[in-house]
Ligand binder design. Structure first.
Ligand SMILES: Nc1nc2c(ncn2[C@@H]2O[C@H](COP(=O)(O)OP(=O)(O)O)[C@@H](O)[C@H]2O)c(=O)[nH]1
Ligand SMILES: [Mg+2]
Length: 209
């Protein structure tokens, strides 16, 4: 793991406190970074943002109406009665030094016009994947590949779905070797934070200074 990333993980509340010079230096302004959370409908984007956000996550969910029944496929998520009509927004501060602003993409095709605005200024994206519906994340993968935004693939492991190795998912999605693929649980705060830190580390690795 990137040493900057392990420093950050070590500094999370609940871990043993060992202050680094950069943590006590109050003259340093926090670094604000924008992170995009993408993936197909019902893959867990809202769940992830809600799990980590220290502010009330801003969501624009609306009751699923008859008009969207044919558009938003609910067969794999029968419990879902709301649909995200705009996007999720949340914030996570790590050591007062790094502030992550999280933006969930609207999954549905009719909101794709928003993506170019959404990724502007972002350091990278987490593409959430559900192994039962892997093709759902192809549009996001294609989009980030074509615009050159660093991304990682995070497999949100749902209860009762077959467990795959990250390598199998990498092969199925033909993810390039340098792009991290990890298995996580969007409902668990620590797992979600590890995922975000993996993206930050990857973005630092691939972005020239
Ligand atoms: N069992 C399980 N359910 C999940 C998980 N992540 C999300 N869900 C549920 O799946 C549904 C869709 O998740 P949501 O975050 O709204 O998906 P979004 O459309 O990508 O924002 C919700 O009912 C979540 O509670 C998970 O890791 N495990
Ligand atoms: Mg959502």
């Amino acid at each position: 793991m990137d040493s900057a990333v392990s420093d950050l993980l070590a500094g999370l509340p609940g871990e043993e406190e060992q202050l680094q010079a950069w943590q006590t230096d109050t003259t340093r302004a926090p670094v604000a970074t924008k992170i995009v959370v993408a993936g197909g409908f019902g893959v867990g984007k809202t769940t992830l943002v809600t799990a980590v956000s220290e502010i009330e996550p801003l969501q624009t969910e609306a009751l699923m109406t008859r008009a969207s029944e044919g558009t938003d496929d609910l067969t794999a998520t029968p419990d879902k009665t709301t649909t995200t009509v705009a996007m999720d927004y949340g914030r996570l501060t790590l050591d007062d030094d790094l502030v992550l602003y999280l933006f969930g993409t609207p999954g549905q095709q009719r909101f794709w016009f928003m993506w170019d605005d959404l990724v502007r200024g972002a350091i990278g994206a987490v593409v959430l994947a559900d192994t039962r519906r892997l093709p759902d994340c192809f549009p996001a993968l294609d989009y980030f590949e074509s615009c050159g935004l660093p991304y990682i693939v995070a497999v949100n492991q749902f209860d009762g779905s077959e467990e795959y190795e990250a390598a199998d998912v990498r092969e199925a999605l033909t993810v390039p070797p340098h792009v991290p693929v990890l298995i996580m649980d969007a409902r668990r705060r620590i797992s979600a934070i590890e995922t975000l830190l993996a993206l930050v580390g990857h973005a630092l690795d691939v972005t020239p200074e």
